[in-house]
Design a binder for this molecule. Structure first.
Ligand code: SF4
Ligand code: SF4
Length: 676
């Protein structure tokens, strides 16, 4: 064995051991967190990895910043072949070739192009971080970022210098077996040209120093990566694979907490207060976070001056893991302060309760981090174990427990339909044979504005000849707000009651004009044995128009914009149906707000925040209405009663209250029926 081979073998072994130790320490910490199985729906998980890791789908939607990351990703993959080549050359000499591809023009071109591309990406990152000082790319550890940028550029520059030496040796007549055809190495040839003025000895010395420096950079990165934020190079793709429920994004269907009141012990904990009580996936999320800041760029709470930042959720939680992890591994779990309450010690209560569960962070995150699940787990503990939650939520919980609606009203759930003759299953003979069961929801039953939507929808259904029925007073709140405010116990009671009722009444196809009811029944009631086809009124009306059952005479009031409900759009992917309905009913093209569809900006009502005060920063609904008002619309259309309420309140805060109306799409369609 040559001296070079011995040194390379020693360097490689040291690097691999350092890498493995770093990875093992971080993975062992996961063992302290709550276990959770994440192997279901394998084909869907693999599809997501192909789409988002290899296809880089999410990142490519983000302009030049996304492109820069894609360049890093593919460049880094190709750089692995350069590093393997160098290791092989160290062990076996400069005639070593990688199996199958070594020494080919194809590999030469790939290595040259991607090395060049990564160098450009590093330069762009340096410019963004240190010259433009872009706050979006500010890392929790600037030193960490600097080490990795230096390591990557070091790897590439030493590769080019080493190749430059080998090319000049080759041109001088020395056989270098590992070199691909020279025409496939344009950048290396440029380096060779630059070095050609030096003596052969100097070139050889420089080339060999570069070669060993390259090996050194490789080992340094192997050692560094599992210990810093660039661990995401490994955990990011895995995080995409382990993403919660392969069929739903985080937030659409929250995880069910198993509650067995008969077998509770003093160790029973609902939700999470410490690292140990969080799911291992919440900890893994922190390892996967690239600190890119895409989540907080879109977060309505962060953008209106609240304490919450979804990026901070991961960064601060990772710091907590880095603090407590080594102590846990040393067996100091029971020492004071090792497992400390996350809410109060790491995040404030204000931070926790600011989330509207809008899902913007989840949609934007390139590594599919599940911010909402972590936040709701923390809320669950605050509500069910610590009884510490915003005082307004106390009243909501009481109202839901006692009256089954958030307003705490005792009125009948059919009062809204007085005079309309709306059939109620079980009470009217007519209601036995229905095509859809209309789930009216609490807002449709009790809120004056939403009652108008319900009445308009009835008009539309009648005009289209749809046989429908409601369940009247058998309905109770779906529990959406209770669940998102952390009161899982209350949610489960309401959910089970509704599922039992719907099943007993033979419901199969359910129509809802509320995206919160729609989402909960569709995505969360299956956890309680309720498997129903649920359709939002926007989709149903679009279907009625498409199939010719509903004929409209187009009527409009002038410029109209549309506000996407997070629970209809981002959580369920329904963007086109409400737009189609508006276009058919008005003959107008929607004037879109700058933030629309997938990038729609929340109204501030989700996550139970409909019922909570906003004490800090600008009101989210005002921010949204300001955006809409910039278009000078005559109408702001909504497809959600919560959104409509928030937007109406927002409009009242403007100087133009009289100039603009907030309307539900059902009212727009009913207006076009009137015009016939
Ligand atoms: S769900 Fe919405 S409000 Fe909550 S952290 Fe994410 S972006 Fe912010
Ligand atoms: S949570 Fe996701 S989007 Fe936010 S900073 Fe981390 S990687 Fe980026």
């Amino acid at each position: 064995m040559t001296l070079s081979a011995i040194i390379m073998a020693a360097i490689l072994a040291a690097g691999l051991v350092a890498f493995a130790m770093g990875v093992v320490v971080r993975l062992r910490v996961l063992g302290f967190a709550r276990a959770e199985v994440r192997w279901d729906e394998l084909p869907l998980r693999i599809e997501r990895v192909v789409e988002n890791v290899f296809g880089q789908k999410k990142l490519l939607q983000r302009g030049w910043r996304g492109l820069m990351h894609v360049m890093f990703f593919y460049g880094f993959l190709v750089l692995q072949t350069v590093m393997l080549q160098v290791v092989g050359e160290g062990l076996f000499g400069f005639d070593f070739k990688l199996p199958l591809v070594g020494g080919t023009a194809a590999l030469g071109w790939m290595q040259e192009i991607f090395s060049g591309v990564v160098l450009v990406a590093v330069a762009m990152a340096v410019w963004q971080r240190y010259i433009a000082k872009n706050p979006h790319v500010k890392a929790h550890s600037e030193f960490d970022a600097l080490v990795v940028l230096c390591g990557i550029s070091g790897l590439i520059l030493t590769y080019f210098v080493t190749n430059g030496m080998l090319i000049n040796k080759h041109l001088a007549g020395e056989a270098i077996g590992s070199l691909p055809p020279l025409e496939s190495l344009p950048i290396s040839r440029a380096f060779a040209n630059g070095m050609s003025g030096m003596s052969a000895g100097v070139q050889s010395g420089l080339g060999h120093v570069s070669f060993w420096l390259h090996a050194g950079f490789f080992v340094a990165l192997l050692t560094w990566v599992p210990r810093g934020k660039h661990f995401h190079l490994i955990t990011g793709p895995l995080n995409v694979f382990f993403n919660g429920n392969a069929t739903h994004r985080s937030g659409a269907a929250l995880k069910k907490t198993e509650i067995d009141l008969d077998n509770m012990t003093e160790d029973t904990v609902f939700g999470a207060s410490t690292l140990e009580q969080l799911s291992w996936k919440s900890i893994f999320d922190t390892y996967a976070c690239t600190e890119c800041g895409r989540c907080q760029d879109q977060c309505p709470a962060y953008n209106t001056g609240k304490a919450l930042t979804p990026k901070g959720l991961n960064v601060e939680l990772r710091k907590e893991v880095e603090r407590a992890g080594p102590l846990l591994l040393q067996g100091k779990r029971d020492q004071d302060g090792v497992l400390r309450p996350i809410i109060s010690e790491v995040f404030s209560e204000e931070f926790l309760w600011a989330c509207t569960t809008c899902g913007a962070c989840v949609y934007e995150c390139p590594v599919d981090i599940e911010h909402i699940d972590t936040l709701v787990e923390l809320r669950r503990y605050q509500v069910m174990m610590a009884s510490k939650f915003p005082k307004e939520a106390t009243q909501i919980f009481k109202n839901l427990e006692r009256k089954g609606n958030p307003w705490g009203l005792s009125d009948s759930r059919v009062d809204w339909a007085k005079g309309l003759g709306v059939p109620v299953v079980g009470e009217d003979g007519e209601a036995k044979d229905f095509e859809v069961l209309y789930w009216v929801g609490c807002a449709g039953s009790f809120d004056d504005a939403a009652k108008k939507t319900a009445r308009a929808l009835v008009q539309v259904l009648r005009a289209a000849g749809v046989k429908f029925a409601t369940i009247g007073d058998a309905e109770t709140c779906t529990g959406d707000s209770a669940r998102r405010l952390g009161n899982e116990m209350l949610f489960q009671q309401l959910a089970q009651q509704n599922v039992d009722t719907l099943k007993s009444l033979g419901a199969t196809r359910i129509l809802s004009h509320c995206p919160h009811c729609f989402n909960t029944i569709k995505n969360e009631y299956p956890q309680f044995g309720g498997h129903f086809e649920v359709i939002h009124h926007s989709e149903f009306i679009a279907e009625l128009i498409r199939t010719g059952r509903l004929k409209l005479t187009q009527k409009n009031e002038g410029t109209i914009t549309f506000h996407d409900s997070c629970y209809l759009g981002r959580h369920n992917g329904v963007y086109d149906a409400p737009r189609d309905v508006i276009a058919q009913a008005t003959g107008l093209e929607i004037t879109e707000m700058p933030r629309s569809r997938e990038r729609g900006f929340c109204c501030g009502a989700g996550g139970g925040r409909m019922w909570l005060e906003e004490h800090t920063g600008k009101r989210i609904n005002v921010e949204r209405v300001d955006e809409a008002m910039g278009l000078r619309p005559k109408e702001i259309a909504a497809a959600c009663p919560f959104c409509a309420t928030m937007l109406t309140d927002g409009v009242k805060q403007t100087d133009n209250e009289a100039a603009v109306k907030v309307v539900d799409i059902a009212q727009i369609v009913a207006r076009s029926l009137d015009a016939r």
